[in-house]
Design a protein around this ligand. Sequence first.
Ligand code: ADP
Ligand code: MG
Length: 700
Amino acid sequence: MNPNILQTPIDYLKGVGPSRADLLRTELGVHTYQDLVNLFPNRYIDKTNYYKINELQRTSAEVQMVGKIVHIKMVEQKRGKRLVAKFIDDTGEMELVWFRGHKWIKENIKLNIPYVIFGKTKYYNGFSMPHPEMELLSEHEKNLKVMMQPVYPSTEKLSNRGITNRVLSKMMQQLFLDTKARFYDTLSEEIRSELKLIHKSEAILNIHFPKNQELLAKAQYRLKFEELFYIQLQLITKKLIRKQKIKGFPFTEVGDHFTNFYNNHLPFELTNAQKRVIKEIRKDIGSSAQMNRLLQGDVGSGKTIVALMTTLLAIDNDFQACLMAPTAILANQHYQGIVELTKDLNINVRLLMGSSKAKERREIHQELEDGTLHILIGTHAVLEDKVKFKNLGLAIIDEQHRFGVAQRSKLWHKNTYPPHILVMTATPIPRTLAMSLYGDLDISVIDELPPGRKSIKTVHRYDSNRLKVFKFIADEIQKGRQVYVVYPLIQESEALDYKDLMDGYESIARSFPTPDYQISIVHGKMKPADKDYEMERFVKGETNIMVATTVIEVGVNVPNASVMIIESAERFGLSQLHQLRGRVGRGAEQSFCILMTSFKLSSDSKTRLETMVRTNDGFDIAEVDLKLRGPGDIMGTQQSGVLNLKIADIVRDNDILKTARYYAMKILKEDPSLSLEKNKILLFTYQQLAKHKNIWNYIS
Ligand code: ADP
Ligand code: MG
């Protein structure tokens, strides 16, 4: 086959034409023959089975049936017209219904002739099937015999415009005719024989037109492996290139600042996990390659001190460091904390935020450029072009998922050499996911909490128990504690959510009246200055209760707050619940997290709540979360489109991922530039992929 044929625009495929081509492009991202070949079915329907009307169940599964239409009529109602056909087989009768496309149906449908129909049935005073796919039995028998009917991804627009699954299948058949279904193999002979993978052509054929279950499974394995393999190949290559080519400033000195701090000013003994991570970091930045490390540690595991000690190493080597946080509140908290920790060290730490005054900014710019400023802490403001360092040697990014890739690379470009980068996240990413997402980063984990931390007691309460919960709050406040009450804020129902928040606030204000109680409220519609002011009051202990939306999710540290009430907890995702819970349990007192819900709970919600009650372990929670939601949705990555896999599934295909990673490493170890003859096809495919798609298409 001429390989270029796959680059043919989809418009040229017989049966497509310009308007369908447009739809395929916009709705499915299918631009070329190649894209269509790679449009893999979501699932398959066993079409070996025909259902009888009296066998139908009240499920929403799709079924295939044989029968005749004996009658057709238009039914007019206030809400519109529908076309209704009476469909019978030898066991009973049901209705076929169309809400659109009446003219075509009426003109083309043949009465009293056997049809094969296919679709989802509905039950309401008997069974019906809206918008069935139909084919004359005689035609059906002539067509390519497929036992397993593929179901392709679709959108409402596509099905409204007549591009049904059947039409897509037809296009696929046409494509296979045009291309003679010969595809060059994208994996090397060696890999294929070691793993007993089927040829690419056979895999592609069987993914679209499976001959049987066994071949389908082989086709899926082969294509999933290939997809994961090339991602791993790309990630590992990047890492190798970075280690070899991207020079960093070696921080060879462990000097006065670090030693002095370590010996005389550590406010507590480091946990073993903290010590281990500091060692890992020291090893990294002591070499001449640039560090690119992800530091994972559950909330409260003590990442800040690790960050600080890393900056001290930078300063000992005459470099500047910068610490970036996603919100003003957080940046401020880091600033306060680090100023306190370093007060006897004689180093210059400053805070730069959007709200910083012009005069202050000028000073900061000046000190950065003449090198007298050692640590700059701030928000996105530090990324502005005007901010120039004399010699930035280390950039630390807190709560990494809130920053985009572009922003990160901006930091990178502030220097001749890229600074060492340490990314800190409190969102535990399951190892499996981390491997595919951050395969090009090194990963450190603080998997141990500082000693003496009491684990947070978590309970689930129904809304009907609110009075008891209020009584509990009152008791805790009586003991001098502070309380968070958090409401969901979901974009789609923002107005409603604000109403909930305000209603909740009023009810709390009624039960906890001034002057005995002081209440803060913080939400996204407030001006930043007002928000900060309210936060400040709570931090200082001037208010007893903080009523808030999830704006407090990240990083806020109020050790005296020991109760976290989460309202409508069933509406939060697991990782968010865990983040919120992490706001308490930061002091010496026993802390509590109360998950409030209504009685109506989906089974997923129940699992989430049970998981929260069962465990405090962020990694454990992350694994459950991954299973419930799938990777696309982890930590709100849906919006940013983290993993855009065509066929593999990070959760279910974990074993394939491991195998793919193993082989990618093995091959690159032997042949880092893929220049051996046997790896020629790997290099070629790799380059093809890289041309069309940067790895950041998978990760962004
Ligand atoms: P996070 O990892 O969530 O950023 P922090 O660095 O804010 O955690 O630390 C949480 C709290 O634990 C802080 O009050 C910090 O001072 C304290 N802490 C950190 N490490 C230790 C330790 N080894 N021993 C005792 N307390 C510690
Ligand atoms: Mg932190």
